[in-house]
Design a protein around this ligand. Sequence first.
Ligand code: DHB
Ligand code: FE
Length: 286
Amino acid sequence: MAQIIGGVASTHVPAIGKAIAEKKFQDPYWKPFFRGFDYVHYWLARTKPDVAVVFYNDHGLNFFLDKIPTFAVGAANEYRSEDEGWGIPVARPIAGDAALSWHLINALVADEFDVTMCQEMLIDHAVTIPMSLMWPGPSQPVKIVPIEINTVQHPLPSLARCFKLGRSIGRALESYGQDLRVVVVGTGGLSHQLDGKRAGFINKEFDTMCLDKIVAEPETLARISIHDLVEQSGSQGVEFLNWMAMRGALTGRVSELHRNYHIPISNTAAATAVYDNQRGAQRRAA
Ligand code: DHB
Ligand code: FE
């Protein structure tokens, strides 16, 4: 049986890729942000996951506005990236676990999530940046299952729907026959808006409320409408949908092991969090 060891959440601001390439870890601007990953590295070294299920949003590299699925699941044994124009080195391909992907896809469709299945899928900075933050160096010791959530083209799925998607993934992981240790990852956020009159918008109060409630009261967050989420967290802050899916996939007793919140990285309130998932604890059925 696969075991969900916990969750990690991380921003995916592309400028981080440049800072990594230029080794700016001690730079006064970057240090408080990178330091937030010391605990993540310690935790990953201790828990040793085999697989990362990554909830993220594509920003136009694989899907564009003409065709954008609400939910898409990668089903490949390798995921390539490409130059997105941010001026950062293109990440090396990341290994996938296609067998696990198909198990999750089957379970999702059985659960009435009619997902798009991608046997080829380019992964953008929303996957590659968190992966290189979690496992610094040229390659990662895990395989991934990337799960894309539309945060770009309205109508977006609701927070409640993304939470339920995560729950379905959590149940499916627990019914997987192989003995795998799985970390679930949510990327993006927290509050930010890159365009329009409110460009540069950040809302620390709202972000703090989200970080406080996501552990023990995710259902409260699930009741927030997309309209209110855009208003409170900015038009790109809706990437919090990825965090909600990650949280949904944590099936046991969940606790926060680590939190770092730093304003700003580029235009974004950068949050890093690690959640423990204690197996065996009862949870309500979805
Ligand atoms: C920034 C943030 C994002 O989430 C993104 O996808 C691209 C850029 C930024 O703050 O620069
Ligand atoms: Fe983004």
